[in-house]
Design a protein around this ligand. Structure first.
Ligand code: 13P
Length: 251
């Protein structure tokens, strides 16, 4: 059986200024220390404006820093955009691509997201590719079909377990306090694992995260499911105690 290390990733979204962001990062770095926990990797993804100071604050610890989005191109006339290479230069080791808030607020398609994920690989970053159905899609029985389509459309050529992570985030569970049943999470993760055959060289080794209202009180039962290899955490990642409690819930 393939052993996969858990990945507990914090998506800070559009929160934190330099002072509170670096304080939160330093708090987590002190808890983790210089050696990675045997169970999990801890990643924080601050806004791009404070990525460099946050990466500096966790330097020397096993805490990793990442970006929340990137452009597909390495450079060019793209006002306001940030290249994956620039995130790497600022201290990122990963980047989230295709978050539902990007798919919705910026009309990002799976084709575009595939280009961004390919850019992450080109820059030496791990791509965290997000997928997830809306409530209407689940209510009409199309959740698995939608997620399968997003996956096949968004995973780039050359994806491996070493450079690509999948995050399943049902849109209706994000920031709502609602989560799917454990059976529904397990079923979706098993479907994603099966669908990765043909998309990545080593599907058994790819980490599949669950995201959407993960908190200390539900982390253990979610992280205990087969094929759940970590969590992508929004709101609860902004409090060191809560984020740390979620990481400590890794089996
Ligand atoms: P919440 O944990 O706040 O529901 O957000 C989840 C998310 O969107 C992480 O990317």
């Amino acid at each position: 059986m393939t052993v996969r290390r858990y990945l507990i990733a914090g998506n800070w979204k559009m929160h934190c200024r330099r002072s509170d962001g670096t304080a939160l990062a330093a708090d987590l770095a002190a808890r983790v220390g210089p050696t990675p926990d045997p169970r999990f990797d801890l990643l924080i993804c601050p806004p791009a404006t404070i990525l460099a100071p946050v990466a500096h604050a966790v330097a020397g610890s096993a805490v990793l820093a990442g970006g929340q989005d990137c452009h597909a191109q390495a450079q060019g006339a793209h006002t306001g955009d940030i290249a994956a290479e620039m995130l790497a230069d600022a201290g990122a080791s990963s980047v989230i691509v295709g978050h539902s808030e990007r798919r919705t607020n910026h009309a990002e398609t799976s084709t575009l997201i595939k280009g961004k994920a390919a850019a992450a690989l080109r820059a030496g970053l791990t791509a965290i590719v997000c997928v997830g159905e809306t409530e209407a899609e689940r209510d009409t029985g199309r959740a698995e079909q939608v997620v399968a389509g997003q996956l096949s459309g968004s995973i780039p050529d050359g994806a491996t377990a070493a450079n690509t992570v999948v995050a399943y985030e049902p849109v209706w569970a994000i920031g709502t306090g609602r989560t799917p049943t454990l059976a529904d999470i397990a079923a979706m993760h098993a479907m994603i694992r099966a669908k990765l055959v043909g998309l990545v060289a080593d599907p058994d080794a790819v980490r599949i995260l669950y995201g959407g209202s993960v908190k200390p009180s539900n982390a253990a039962e979610i992280l205990g499911l087969a094929d759940v290899d970590g969590a992508l955490v929004g709101g609860a990642s902004l409090k060191a105690d809560d984020f740390w409690a979620i990481a400590q819930a890794c089996p």
